[in-house]
Design a protein around this ligand. Structure first.
Ligand code: PMP
Length: 365
């Protein structure tokens, strides 16, 4: 046996050495899951039926994605060549950044925003240029335009954004696309169904617009890992060179058509969340908790200095919420996913008790 102290290990690239490992708290989540903005209930029963019919023999074959891509494209009113399915939007971001970013390029990132943009940017040689939102967390439109340079290669915008739930308007998206023609404008519509507004109809019209969608949120398929990129053929051609033809598995592909077809289920779930969001907003207001106006299935709240204790107490009472304090400009803020009305009534009770415990603790000090 060699002396382990003297064993030489291969070193990764300097880029990877500089990366931080991102480890979201996905463990021990047998509770009310208001921490990852997933569907909190279930996918369509039609999807369950299809899953139940998949045989052992079906699993022996490599997945064929093109027929399903054609179905999704038709559903979105796009041509099949404009759409690529991905292993969640996370793979879409990874592949898009890998396709376009190189040394000397800049990625413009309005922040706070979805964490994985920065993670995947750090796996490239490009420079991240964060554009900080003001305290109201509204989209920093003027500041973003001012930050555009000849080196800007990608501008990544989540609409609605996370963790704030705030949005950018269609007119602003069009203006940004026009002012940065050398850059890919990624509009990540992960939470589209709760917002109801989209720019996917502009795909192919704006030459630099690429839209991302996920099946992890409203559709309730986060475990299957299913997302997509939709963009002009001229850009998607490059994306497909980098994207693995094998990355979307056959279970996910089989589930996609019934998920798209069951519009009634999707409408029901989205309606439930929107009703629950209004109720929960009222509960937060009554409890005197500051919140940001959200167009998504989550609400960012101001908990203050006791944010970590708040999250711990909520979790101990069976309700998981997500501390966003380390996001830029979000110290003391906690994001709460919105589920069904019944779930959110339970969450509101736990919230009241938790706040009372924290306040009693404060007074005792
Ligand atoms: N984009 C945004 C804005 C998100 O908030 C999330 C999930 N939290 C994702 C993408 C990830 O989507 P997926 O599960 O399809 O990888």
């Amino acid at each position: 046996m060699p002396d382990t102290a003297t064993v030489l290990h291969p070193t990764p690239s300097s880029r990877v050495q500089a990366m931080r490992e991102y480890h979201p708290p996905l463990g021990c989540r047998d509770a009310l899951r208001l921490d990852f903005n997933e569907n909190t209930l279930a996918c369509s029963p039609k999807v369950r039926e299809v899953l139940g019919r998949i045989s052992a023999g079906d699993l022996t074959r490599y997945p064929e994605r093109e027929p399903v891509e054609a179905i999704v494209a038709a559903h979105l009113g796009l041509a099949a060549e404009q759409v690529s399915l991905t292993n969640g939007v996370d793979e879409a971001i990874h592949v898009l950044f890998g396709t376009f970013l190189e040394s000397g390029d800049e990625l413009l990132l309005p922040v706070p925003t979805y964490t994985m943009y920065e993670v995947y940017a750090s796996a490239t040689d490009a420079r991240v240029v964060p554009v900080q939102a003001a305290d109201d967390l509204q989209f920093p439109f003027e500041r973003l335009l001012a930050a555009v340079t000849v080196h800007t290669k990608i501008i990544a915008i989540a609409n609605p954004s996370s963790p704030s739930g705030t949005v950018i308007t269609r007119a602003q998206i069009i203006e940004i696309a026009r002012r940065a023609p050398q850059a890919v404008l990624l509009v990540d519509e992960a939470y589209f169904h709760f917002h109801g507004e989209t720019v996917i109809d502009l795909v192919g019209t704006l030459p630099n617009l690429i839209v991302a969608r996920t099946f992890s949120k409203a559709y309730g398929l986060a475990g299957l890992r299913l997302g997509l990129l939709a963009g002009p053929v001229e850009l998607m051609r490059w994306v497909r060179r980098v994207l693995s033809p094998y990355s979307v598995n056959s279970l996910a592909l089989a589930c996609l058509p019934p998920a798209l077809e069951d519009v009634a289920y999707l409408d029901w779930y989205v309606g439930e969340v929107l009703a629950a969001r209004a109720e929960f907003e009222a509960a937060l207001d009554k409890a005197g908790v500051r919140r940001w106006p959200s167009r998504a299935n989550f609400i960012l709240t101001e908990i203050g200095a006791h944010h970590a204790e708040f999250v711990r107490l909520m979790s101990a009472a069976g309700v998981l919420v997500r501390d966003r304090s380390s996001d830029p400009g979000c110290d003391g803020r906690v994001r709460i996913t919105i589920g069904t009305r019944q779930q959110m009534r339970q969450a509101a009770l736990v919230l009241d008790k938790t706040l009372a415990t924290l306040r009693a603790g404060n007074e005792a000090q």
